[in-house]
Design a protein around this ligand. Structure first.
Ligand code: TRH
Length: 388
């Protein structure tokens, strides 16, 4: 295998899709930003092009190498293959400790100068992250050092992914009701639904969606819940009364609640969906971060881990977010199955709904605070320059 080394600083980002869309979602976002805002020649190596295609429809599944948005996308099929120093990028990032091909590592060691090698870790608000961020890890046999780079919520971490101009784009969209209505109308959202309390719903199958639908149905406020196809599948199918899985375009109204199934939309449109809704239920890592940039109230469904390790992470975030309203704390813990007692969803929702204006203001303040720590892509490049 022989690749041409680019003139500009080059960067290889290796992404192994563990499941769902967050791994590729984060890597794709970072790859595009590094290229667009920093002029870096980025090669994104990804092992699962089907997941990638779901968030980026331009992706061709059966393609070894393709150019998308000026990023070179390579299908990372296996660990085999020989590489030469010419194939190696100036900066090499492995996402989430994925094992990059041994031949690539050997070639890295043969480079002069050697590339800067980073392991980009997952997001957590736990305190230990601050102590591990940027720690070096020497290779056991080769003259190479890998550095841990952690995203995070304060300036002792790498910060969060944030494209330049995002806040302005959001403000412009949110101050243009016609643009928001036109955006949602393409999914069949009617003017009546547009005027209702709009909720986007993205969660894991364990979320107590059926219980919440029941509460919303009997609520005094008209509500529209927009849910991507395949998410909360059982509760949505039961609500819509379909004989099989509810498809994009399906909708039903019962009492005060309309549930509308959306197609899975391209990543930039998902931002617009969050911006257009009054409340966003998000999950995992990337949608969770995007909800924080949306400046609206949000509820996080954290990725479940063994031994309820995720409850520790959830609490760490709620603490640092300053989830001081009991309603937000209680609702979030209940939504994640982290409450000791069974949750009264009627009470939890009505308290949360009453606090929503306060929570939305809090979320704008949080956003201002986060912005002070810069963005992950720029912080990462600043760090690279310190160890080069
Ligand atoms: O999909 P997720 O659950 O992904 C991940 C992975 O499971 C990963 O292994 C795990 O480490 C991580 O969670 C914690 O959730 P996430 O992170 O929110 O990623 C979803 C991506 O899909 C995000 O980039 C937004 C995008 N998306 C769209 O582009 N269109 C859509 O319609 C929706 C609903 C999401």
């Amino acid at each position: 295998m022989h690749l041409n080394k680019h003139q500009a600083t080059s960067l290889a980002l290796f992404c192994k899709v563990i499941d769902n869309y967050g791994d590729i979602g984060i890597c794709w976002r970072l790859a595009r930003q590094l290229e667009r805002e920093h002029g870096i020649a980025v090669t994104l190596w990804v092992d699962d092009l089907s997941s990638f295609q779901r968030i980026c429809p331009e992706v061709l599944i059966d393609c070894n190498e393709q150019q998308i948005a000026a990023v070179t996308v390579r299908h990372w099929r296996d660990q085999d293959g020989g590489f030469t120093p010419d194939d190696v990028a100036d900066i090499v990032i492995e996402f989430f400790a994925c094992d990059i091909p041994p031949g690539y590592i050997t070639a890295m060691a043969e480079c002069n100068p050697r590339p800067v090698w980073l392991n980009l870790e997952g997001l957590s608000a736990e305190e230990w992250v601050e102590g591990c961020h940027t720690l070096p890890s020497p290779h056991r046999s080769l003259p190479l050092t890998k550095y841990f780079f952690f995203p995070g919520f304060n300036n002792k971490t790498g910060g969060l992914p944030l494209e330049s101009g995002l806040a302005q784009q959001r403000q412009q969209f949110q101050s243009d009701p016609a643009a928001m209505a036109a955006f949602l109308a393409q999914f069949g959202v009617t003017p009546t639904e547009m005027a209702s309390l709009k909720v986007s719903l993205f969660c894991y199958p364990q979320a107590p969606v059926a219980a919440l639908f029941e509460v919303w149905q009997g609520n005094a406020t008209a509500m529209t819940c927009l849910v991507p196809e395949g998410v909360a599948a059982d509760a949505v199918q039961a609500f819509i009364g379909a004989s099989g899985p509810a498809k994009a375009g399906a909708s039903a109204t019962r009492g005060a609640l309309t549930v509308r199934v959306l197609p899975f939309i391209p990543q930039p449109d998902y931002d617009k969906l969050l911006w257009a809704c009054d409340l966003n239920f998000v999950r995992g890592e990337d949608s969770f971060v995007r909800a924080q940039w949306a400046g609206k109230a949000f509820i996080w469904h954290i990725y479940p881990q063994d031994k309820n390790l995720h409850h520790v992470k959830l609490n760490a975030f709620l603490q640092c977010y300053g989830a001081t309203t009991d309603s937000l704390m209680g609702f979030s813990l209940g939504w994640n199955g982290a409450e000791k007692e069974p949750v009264d969803w009627h009470a939890a929702w009505s308290e949360f709904q009453a606090d929503m204006p306060k929570i939305a203001i809090m979320s704008l303040k949080w956003q201002e605070q986060l912005t002070l720590h810069g963005d992950l892509a720029s912080n990462l490049l600043t760090f690279v320059n310190t160890v080069r």
